[in-house]
Design a protein around this ligand. Sequence first.
Ligand SMILES: [Ca+2]
Ligand SMILES: [Ca+2]
Ligand SMILES: [Ca+2]
Ligand SMILES: [Ca+2]
Length: 407
Amino acid sequence: MSRPRRRSGPLAALATGALTVATLTSTSAPGHGAAPTVGFEMPFPCAQSWTGTTRSGHSPSPHAIDWNRADDDGLPVVASAPGVVATAVPGGTRGYGRYVVLEHAGGAQTYYAHLSSVSVVKGQSVDQGALLGRVGSTGNSGGPHLHFEQRAGGSVAEPWFHGARFVMGTQASQNCVDVPVAGNFLGDPGAELVVFRRAEKATFEIQRPGLAPKVLRLGTATDQPVVGDWDGDGRLNPGIRSPTTTTFTLKMPSGVQQVVLGAAADVPVSGDWDGDGRWEVGVRRAVDGVFRLRAPDGALTDVPLGDVGDLPVTGDWDGDGDTDLGVYDVASATFTLRRVDDDGLAWLAQVAFGSGDDLPVTGDWDANGRTDLGVWDPSSATFTLRQAPVPSAARAETSSVSFGRRR
Ligand SMILES: [Ca+2]
Ligand SMILES: [Ca+2]
Ligand SMILES: [Ca+2]
Ligand SMILES: [Ca+2]
């Protein structure tokens, strides 16, 4: 699915000259496995402290971790690394109870067990830091805690977090993730680069050339970002969707609008579906990959597009004022863009752009009224932007901009 992450343990550190003798020694000590090729973080939101314990006799392996903290029943459990949901069991009563398995690059897996609720479905792609479910005590469990495993080659492996071997005790999660976003927030003609910074008090950070980023505060670490021109003044506004309550909170200077739509696992999308200048919301359903678009009167339109594991994108590819739909396939780094002509016929264009673990972003970089494509590389926090006369053009200009926090 992806290349090895650049910051992922001693081998990556060696490349940057940061490897210490102590790390080398512990890596080669008997009984210790090699560092994982995936850059795992703790399965909890940024900065939360949790106490992790391992023990001999722990089933299925002494490498499995039980995570606890005070009053932990019902607290969010998030993805340790980006991946695809291999297993989601929302109703389990024995063994792992309600649990989730994520499949990562190179066949690595992570297990999240004894959950009180599961927020994802099998087959969907989830980003690092995304909500998977909540801590519970389902299955073979004596009280609320998170049972967590990292697996390699099918076997439970010694766990690593943030490039270091796990050590028992209390530690703060460094699962502090930026999510790439873009759009015209500032009112000048082109789109700005934006990241949604997952934190207990989450923020949208809007790049301003030559100035500090403009910071808009909205949402929490486990909310999903969604941006759009909710009030129709020509500038984008921030929004979030809570997967827990399936409620969108759309923030405007005049106030907040709330919309309830979709299931917990669904991914929010936004666009001006009817071309009147005010944007609407929708979801891409995780179970079947169908876009469900919501009109201002609440009417719903379903548009199937792409595979379940694809990531949704939206933009006005043809510049007619109506927002169009698209999907990005991470494994092949290919956008599939859909537009509808004056006769109501739908047309698809495929554009190969990006690589590795890149995440898709869209925005009108060159301010010509047609939305362009881009990707953000999490390991370098670099946006690569594509500008072309039309989205399907074979020749396109690309530019790279570093913005956001590297993972
Ligand atoms: Ca606006
Ligand atoms: Ca509209
Ligand atoms: Ca359009
Ligand atoms: Ca453009």
